[in-house]
Design a protein around this ligand. Structure first.
Ligand SMILES: [Zn+2]
Length: 435
């Protein structure tokens, strides 16, 4: 008895295959299979092609996930940058920002990241797991099947381990994949007595070995900018982390220069933000293998400029797009909407925008098993209830997927429960996935 399953027919199947990792993309480079189908076995893609031909080729020796009505299929979206494991709300900060207050003024009046840190430290693991699961499920309903999640809201050894343990536990229960990153180097916490370098040295001595020992994360992130860490401080920290075998990620060039040069020098996987990047740093990135990640959600949350996506692509850089979903600067958490907005302001082609949240985002996370619909890749797919792939960005984020498959297991809008990743069990047993 074969375990093969044929999913389709899709009016159009957008594979995101055969695209270069770097540089600008034309829409004519998109591989679109009309009347497409995907054969899946054990959570992985076996074949893609014409639905009817696939059905005949297996002469019925497969089960069929038959799609009723028009649907355009594409790889599940990948969000390569989030901070969705936090407690509390920063609505008060936001209202003050709307009223014209500056970030230092907001911080002085008890807001800012310090507020999130004290509430996240005080929260129990169960409370944090519940809010993380809720946000991750919202993302999944919106078509995001892999989510990077950073720690960084406890900023001490015990708390950062707590956050990474929460992320691991949620990942074991949820259908969506959570990719954990240690961001203990977010800022120096206000209760740490000593310099920023002393704080980073403490992280290296106390926290990083614990993360290794428990197998909690393979990735280390640091915020290089004014008010966070300098390039010099970061360089020492990152070199030590790299020696311990961690992959490096950098928050850079959000407000001031520094992060990109360090990222290129030390061979980081990605450098994220880039709202303030200058031409010289764009050239550095173009000549490197570091993936730039634009975070339009932070620009929308702060009311400031976008990363120069067009310039980066024209210079020959790759470009992933992340939501930066966090309580302070990017509370929205809608990756497709943000991608559509960045695309129209920066004049990105549909191919460039969609690659930024699929294959290029996978590369930013060092994951070479997803982001494309092709043989051997994970059967992580989403379907939009339209007949033309251009509709996806045209609706600027208001068009949501009506079905998604995680490792080949389907969950549909309106159905009870998430059946993805069944080997890990169901997380929402009472139908909280329905909408
Ligand atoms: Zn961030």
């Amino acid at each position: 008895m074969t375990k093969n399953k044929l999913i389709g027919p899709f009016v159009q199947l957008l594979t995101m295959d055969k695209l270069p990792l770097k540089g600008g993309l034309k829409d004519s480079q998109l591989e679109i299979i009309p009347n497409g189908g995907v054969v899946v076995c054990d959570g992985k893609i076996v074949r893609t092609g014409n639905f009817d031909q696939l059905y005949s080729a297996y002469s019925g020796r497969l089960t069929v996930d038959h799609i009723e009505g028009a649907m355009v299929g594409m790889p599940g979206m990948i969000d390569s940058h989030t901070h969705i494991c936090w407690a509390g709300s920063r609505a008060n900060d936001y209202s003050q920002r709307l009223a014209g207050k500056s970030y230092p003024e907001i911080t002085q009046s008890g807001g800012g990241i310090g507020d999130t840190v004290s509430k996240t430290r005080a929260a129990t693991s169960d409370e944090l797991e519940a809010v993380l699961a809720e946000r991750a499920t919202t993302h999944l309903k919106n078509g995001v099947t892999t989510i990077e999640v950073k720690s960084g809201y406890c900023l001490n050894t015990i708390g950062e381990v707590k956050l990474l343990e929460v992320i691991r536990k949620a990942n074991q229960k949820l259908a969506v994949d959570l990719i954990p990153t240690c961001l203990a180097a977010h800022i120096k916490p206000s209760d740490f007595q000593g310099s920023p370098s002393d704080y980073l040295a403490r992280v290296v001595i106390e926290l990083l070995p614990e993360i290794k020992h428990r197998g909690l994360s393979k990735r280390i992130d640091i915020f290089i900018d004014k008010g966070a860490f300098t390039s010099e401080e970061a360089r020492v920290y990152l070199k030590q982390a790299k020696q311990m075998g961690f992959e490096l990620v950098i928050h850079g060039e959000q407000f001031t220069a520094g992060g990109v040069a360090v990222a290129c020098e030390l061979g980081a996987a990605s450098v994220d933000h880039l709202e303030a990047i200058k031409d010289q740093e764009i050239q550095l990135l173009a000549a490197s293998n570091v993936i730039p990640v634009a975070l339009p959600g932070a620009s929308l949350g702060l009311g400031c400029q976008f990363a120069p996506a067009r310039k980066l692509l024209d210079a020959g850089c790759s470009l992933a797009i992340g939501s930066d979903w966090n309580p302070g600067s990017a509370p929205m958490g809608d990756l497709l909407l943000q991608t559509a907005i960045l695309g129209i302001f920066e004049k990105m082609t549909s191919a460039e925008s969609l690659a930024g949240i699929t294959i290029r985002a996978a590369m930013a996370l060092g994951l070479n098993d997803r982001g494309i619909l092709k043989k051997g890749f994970l059967a992580d797919m989403i379907g939009f209830p339209v007949s033309d792939s251009r509709e996806i960005l045209y609706h600027q984020g208001s068009l949501k997927p009506s079905a998604a498959w995680k490792r080949g297991a389907i969950f549909k809008a309106g159905e009870k429960g998430i059946t993805g990743k069944q080997e890990k069990g169901w997380y929402f047993e009472n139908g909280s996935f329905s909408r």
